[in-house]
Ligand binder design. Structure first.
Ligand SMILES: *[C@@H]1O[C@H](CO)[C@@H](O)[C@H](O)[C@H]1NC(C)=O
Ligand SMILES: *[C@@H]1O[C@H](CO)[C@@H](O)[C@H](O)[C@H]1NC(C)=O
Length: 266
């Protein structure tokens, strides 16, 4: 009896294995999602994990309005901006922008209108990283006096991938319009800075007028996009580091959100 039982058990096991092997191609493998391991519940690893998730939260606007970066993330934000990740994130956004731009022109979405691309200035064409590097990377209260001094110095470098995209869009025939929250008083220093950074020409540079003071960026920038459309521009693309550069009506055909974990503008 005993040898017979063993043979029976072995053949049943073999049949079961064969059945499961033949079914594995058709049935999904059930996996659980890994939870945060206990090993990263505190210390530097926990800060790195949290700050990376916080960055996703602010980029997606899940975080809503925010005033300062979390104090535990100052080093993380500095490493992000100065390391290869910021450059890479920006380069992928620029490549996606260019892929859309060439297709949009080819698809003749424009008709008789003048194809236009709107760029924000700060953290889009120009990088204020040298200022934020010595001001806590956004962990300190915004100091308008010292920031205005930095703007007047007109020494902000270009974001390399934005400068490349800017030139590529102009070569394709786009009218490039700069729309910034900076004020009219900063026109000279802004133009000087753009030239210093390598931007050679633009259709127009729109700055906040006295009548725009106090408006949210969404309202101010939407009004200016409406004026562009009234002037015969078709805004195919819009690049900005803030959702308030991009949202509101009218909106560009496609909007491109550049990274900025240093500050939020509503
Ligand atoms: C803001 O910046 C100005 C100019 O650099 C400086 O004199 C002032 O102390 C700063 N204010 C604060 C609160 O740090
Ligand atoms: C800007 O520059 C022009 C000429 O280059 C000058 O006439 C004007 O006063 C300057 N404006 C400011 C606010 O500095």
């Amino acid at each position: 009896m005993r040898p017979l039982l063993i043979v029976l058990a072995l053949s049943l096991a073999a049949a079961a294995a064969a059945a499961s092997a033949s079914a594995s191609g058709a049935r999904p493998v059930i996996r659980t999602v890994t939870d945060i391991p206990a090993a990263v519940s505190s210390g530097a690893a926990a800060d790195a994990l949290f700050c990376d998730s916080w960055r996703l939260s602010v980029e997606t606007a899940n975080a809503g309005p925010w005033k300062f970066i979390p104090a535990r993330c100052a080093a993380f934000v500095g490493d992000y901006i100065e390391g290869p990740r910021y450059a890479s994130d920006s380069a992928v956004a620029a490549a996606d922008s260019l892929a859309f731009a060439s297709g949009a022109l080819a698809a003749a979405e424009v008709g008789a209108a003048k194809p236009a691309w709107v760029f924000d200035v700060d953290e889009t064409l120009l990088s204020n990283a040298p200022y934020y590097a010595v001001n806590g990377w956004g962990s300190q209260e915004f100091n308008e006096t010292s920031f205005d001094e930095w703007v007047d110095a007109a020494k902000a470098p270009a974001l390399p991938s934005s400068l490349k995209l800017y030139n590529e869009l102009q070569a394709l025939g786009f009218h490039v319009i700069l729309l910034t929250g900076r004020t009219e008083f900063q026109r000279n220093s802004t133009e000087a800075n753009l030239l210093f950074a390598g931007y050679r020409s633009w259709e127009k540079l729109i700055l906040r007028q006295p009548s725009d003071i106090g408006k949210t960026a969404v309202k101010y920038k939407s009004e200016r996009r409406a004026a562009m459309e009234a002037e015969g521009f078709k805004i195919l693309g819009n690049s900005g580091d803030q959702w308030s550069d991009l949202l509101g009506s009218p909106m560009a055909t496609r909007s491109f959100k550049l990274p900025n974990p240093m500050y939020f503008i509503s």
